[in-house]
Design a protein around this ligand. Structure first.
Ligand code: SAT
Ligand code: MN
Length: 571
């Protein structure tokens, strides 16, 4: 492959390894990393622990660029740089950046190899941590390479931690660089990522390819690449429906996708927890696949109470990053047990006791675990044709206003639900936590093109003959005046899902409000969560209008009219 030679000549690694995706390869790399102390073997079967540089702990949205010929193509919510200018900068950054390191070439597939919805990628990286994570998160190795060699198109990702080693220099445990750039070139399907080794910054298959680049492909080809979990829900009669749900990072997607239902006879099965690729088939049914092969889940807050399935999922063959290490070689994080262990080593590598005033695990600490270990994996999780989606859910983290659940009256109003999604920020991205921000479709950091064009794309999906899914918005995070959550969440969320399920079946009544359909009653304790704060909503509509004005005349008129309608209905 000529481009491998070119990248080698630019980055000047000591050696090049073409990855085959084998178990032996995974073992060899983990052994090498344990020897050089960048990885610790845990007492859990086949599991490892990595600790990052304290400044490289989350996605860095400020450093993400979309490079297109026309600035208008990326819109006001993305950072734009002209392709030639960015390439110039990248060539400077990448020149000699892999000196003293090994350059790994990772062929991989997003989606089951051979599936009509699968897409291929090649990631070139100097981070062995990335290689072992890609082993779990994607289908990587020989089979993917065969498809590419047979002529399948692929997304090229070039990644470096940005820290060349001088002759004889001893490596640090987590190499990275202060200067970070994650540049996307939708036209040529390329991603260049420099300076960070963490999560979505470095595992190119995930947010860079499966969302940013794939969203532009989806726009051009009439499908959808979304920041959504996929779950199956079965009722006591054995009827199953699939839902896709979009929440910003660190708002409980993994917990919802693997929920242990509190209602007897109702069951949830998991297809995916982060990304959905969806396409209407010839019968007009929306089919979804999870392009990933692993979970990169938030550890803190995960426990036998909140997510027993995730706790079983991570019992073996899991990489833990930035959690705390227990004295007997296992892991711990805030929320895992009611009482913390008497002593730990925290995510920075310092001794920690319950008296310490710091967190033992970083709030964005993660586990990387194989999808097929999920104890509630859906029996069609690997169906190459995808599963049929009947409901789409939008959710944010909002301590006020947004009711527990609302059903859109039609597709267009549903698109407005997505476009108006607003959520309090979390530790998944660098920056302040808890600040309310607009995050349309939970895609603000992940939409690879102009968000207004993305809204239009969503509107254009409704066509005669298509079975349009019902759209809902939810909010598990409303708080009372004392700051206590009003809704128990987790397994109890099934009660809300049940309402949606039965609304899709047209079996239960609803209150017809200007903002959509609401449950007549779920139970008396939640009445507060189902009332419409009219004045609050009117104020919210003003804020949405202001936000949408950012997109100027690119903003689809249909959505503005939908907003006007809602306002009229509330006044
Ligand atoms: O770091 S990731 O982007 O992979 C996780 C997330 O923010 O959803
Ligand atoms: Mn995510």
């Amino acid at each position: 492959m000529k481009f491998v030679e070119e990248i080698k000549a630019l980055c000047l690694p000591d050696k090049v390894v073409i990855c085959d995706g084998s178990v032996e390869e995974f073992q060899k790399i983990t052994e090498m990393m344990c020897r050089n102390k960048s990885l610790i073997r845990l007492k859990r079967e086949g599991s490892f622990y990595a600790r990052t540089d304290p400044d490289d702990v989350a996605r860095n949205e400020e450093c993400v660029f979309i490079c297109t010929d026309d600035e208008d193509d990326v819109g006001p919510t993305n950072h734009w740089v002209a392709p030639q200018e960015m390439k110039k900068r990248l060539h400077q950054l990448f020149r000699g950046c892999m000196k003293g390191r090994t350059m790994y070439v990772i062929p991989y597939s997003m989606g089951v190899i051979g599936s009509p919805m699968a897409k291929y990628g090649i990631e070139i990286t100097d981070s062995p941590y990335v290689v072992i994570n890609m082993h779990i998160m994607t289908r990587m190795g020989v089979a993917a390479l065969n498809e590419i060699e047979k002529g399948a198109k692929f997304c090229l990702g070039v990644h470096s931690v940005g820290r060349p080693l001088e002759e004889g220099e001893v490596d640090v445990f987590w190499p990275c660089c202060d200067e970070k750039v994650i540049a996307h070139f939708p036209k040529t399907k390329e991603v260049w990522s420099f300076g960070s080794g963490y999560g979505g910054n470095a595992l190119i298959g995930k947010k860079c390819f499966a969302l940013r680049i794939a969203s532009t492909m989806a726009r051009d080809e009439g499908w959808m690449a979304e920041h959504m979990l996929i779950m199956g829900v079965t009722n006591p009669q054995g009827v199953k429906k699939y839902f896709a749900a979009s929440f910003p990072s660190s708002c409980g997607k993994t917990n919802l996708a693997m929920m242990k239902s509190s209602l007897p006879g109702w069951d949830v099965t998991c297809v995916g927890d982060d990304i959905a690729w969806m396409k209407f088939d010839e019968e007009g049914v929306l089919r979804a696949i999870n392009p990933e092969n692993g979970f990169f889940g938030v550890a803190p807050g995960t426990s036998l109470k909140t997510n027993p399935s995730a706790m079983r999922l991570i019992e073996k063959n899991t990489i833990f990053t930035n959690v705390a290490l227990s004295d007997d070689g296992d892991v711990w994080w805030e929320g895992m047990t009611e009482k913390p262990p008497a002593s730990l080593t925290d995510w920075r590598g310092n001794p920690w006791t319950p008296e310490s005033h710091t967190l033992a695990a970083h709030p964005n600490s993660r586990f990387t675990a194989p999808v097929d270990q999920c104890p509630v994996l859906d029996d069609r999780a690997f169906d190459p044709e995808g599963v049929p989606i009947e409901g789409i859910i939008f959710g944010g983290r909002r301590s006020t206003l947004q009711p527990l659940v609302v059903q859109a009256k039609n597709w267009q109003q549903g698109v407005l639900f997505g476009a108006g999604l607003t959520s309090e920020t979390t530790a998944a991205a660098k920056g302040a936590v808890g600040q309310l921000r607009h995050d349309p479709f939970a895609m603000l950091p992940f939409c690879g093109y102009n968000m207004a064009h993305y809204f239009s794309h969503w509107l254009s999906l409704e066509k005669p003959g298509r079975k349009m899914p019902q759209i809902f918005s939810v909010n598990w995070f409303r708080k009372d005046r004392e700051g206590k959550f009003l809704w128990p969440g987790f397994g109890e969320n099934i009660r809300v899902i049940k309402w949606m399920f039965e609304r899709i079946e047209e079996k239960v009544p609803a209150k017809d409000e200007a903002i959509g359909y609401l449950p007549v009653t779920l139970d008396t304790a939640v009445e507060k969560l189902l009332t419409v704060d009219r004045l609050g909503y009117l104020d919210n509509i003003q804020q949405e209008r202001e936000y949408f004005s950012l997109f100027g005349d690119q903003m689809p008129k249909e959505l503005m009219r939908e907003l006007d309608e809602m306002e009229k209905g509330l006044s």
